[in-house]
Write a protein of this length. Sequence first.
Length: 124
Amino acid sequence: MDKISKKIICTSFANGKKHDFRLFKESKVRLHPNSTTVVDTGYQGLQKIHAKTEIPKKKTRKNPLTAEDKKNNRALSSKRVFNENVIGVLKRFKIIADRYRNRRKRFALRFNLIAAIYNIEVGA
């Protein structure tokens, strides 16, 4: 998603359940080295591939989060909220909220059409 125009730029799909970071690696999307990427904890390991990646810190049993870590995580989540809102809008179409029961070959086409409808609504 483009942060300025709030339009969907790129989509990627996989059959069944697939981890976010694995789907990202298999999609072969290239990130510009100067761009800052803000992701959730599903993309752990992305910072090894892309230097300017902002990812929230996770707590463990032995190492709870400090107040500074919690503050940083909250700041990151406020940056990511735009993406989460777009996902929420797309879920209203029920194509990703419920089990898809039609032809798998047409899922990408239909999802991209829904993304195009969203982009038109945002641009208008």
